[in-house]
Design a binder for this molecule. Sequence first.
Ligand code: PNS
Length: 165
Amino acid sequence: MSLAICPGSFDPITLGHLNIIRRTSRIFDRVVVLAMANASKSRPMFSISERVEMIRRVTACYGNVEVSTFDGLLAEYAKQYDDAVIVKGLRASTDFENEFQMAQINKMINPALETMFLTSSEKYTFLSSSMVRELAGYGADLSEFVPREIIDEVLARAQGGKCNG
Ligand code: PNS
């Protein structure tokens, strides 16, 4: 059974993330979406458990997608599976350097671990969670950017709500 791990900080999950998850779920038998901390990103909008809950809600319709979290190195997490592949979306050349570096380091820690990239859908090439957080701070219409199930929470949090945990 083929297994893909789609890791990310998902703070919050965007339609771009969801597009990659959906396409990955068509290629692999099983997909684990893994919400993780990104050390280079401080002051999260949502706690990890809130992000997991939101991702679960918006991926509930995909039968082979599950959501988890891990408070450690991605390459160590993947060691529990024999043949897991990391799948990430690549938006533009700006993503490449960082993603290439992460893939190389992950492979050094776990030589069996391969990383594959799906090119982002043209529609979402510009889209990022940080852009969503900024737009939400201005109360902008988020319907083109995040799944409709989480729009209200993102706007509410950006308008001054506190991250629980
Ligand atoms: O969505 P992001 O922020 O680009 O995802 C980055 C993420 C969370 C996948 C990355 O920071 C990560 O793998 N974090 C877990 C800790 C880890 O393994 N760090 C080493 C990366 S080389």
